[in-house]
Design a protein around this ligand. Structure first.
Ligand code: ADP
Length: 176
């Protein structure tokens, strides 16, 4: 991977990250939901939902961008992870696409510090170790293709156990 970028796994609340963008694990309506999505909408205030209403939804594996409103982050990149259905339904490809599409959108907007949640690992039921491996691999690939494109990438996990899983996955691709 590129030596220029800092890539860290942290335990914490994504809604408090003062990055250029936080990534929302949204659903395809983009009209809010539970988990991190609900927390982001609560913290951003009602203007986020108003902007999301103008977007007309988002297919699984793609990403859309809005302002951050009352969040510490300047922007929200909304991406729609796959629902885990056992792994035979393109889940890994779609989850990788969430990370790639989000980072590509960030690059297009000149956003250099990005914080991700553990997409699909909550309500959508993706097993954490498998999700972490896909996430780390997708980010690593994009960083190789776009050296110098970012300053900081964070994987923000809500609990220590998840953070340990994501840290192991990042370590694995870094040392590969
Ligand atoms: P999905 O529907 O994509 O599974 P969820 O929001 O249910 O999305 O969960 C994704 C991950 O985000 C889960 O691992 C969950 O523990 C975590 N999470 C929930 N709220 C927050 C938060 N405020 N900050 C960081 N991570 C969070």
């Amino acid at each position: 991977m590129s030596a220029d970028v800092r890539w860290d796994v942290v335990t914490g609340d994504l809604t408090r990250c003062a990055t250029d963008a936080i990534v929302n694990a949204a659903n395809s309506s983009l009209l809010g939901g539970g988990g991190v999505d609900g927390a982001i909408h609560r913290a951003a205030g009602p203007r986020l939902l108003a902007e999301c209403r103008t977007l007309g939804g988002c297919p699984t594996g793609e990403a859309r961008i809005t302002a951050g409103y009352q969040l510490a982050a300047r922007h929200v990149i909304h991406t729609v992870g796959p629902v885990w259905q056992g792994g035979g339904n393109g889940e890994a490809r779609l989850l990788a696409s969430c990370y790639t599409a989000s980072l590509t959108l960030a690059l297009d907007h000149g956003l250099r510090t990005i914080a991700f949640p553990a997409i699909s690992t909550g309500i959508y039921g993706y097993p954490k170790q498998a999700a972490a491996a896909v996430a780390a691999d997708a980010v690593n690939q994009l960083l190789l293709e776009e050296p110098g494109g970012f300053d900081d990438i964070f994987f923000v996990c809500f609990d220590e156990a998840s953070a340990a899983i994501y840290a192991d996955a990042v370590q694995a691709v870094r040392s590969s």
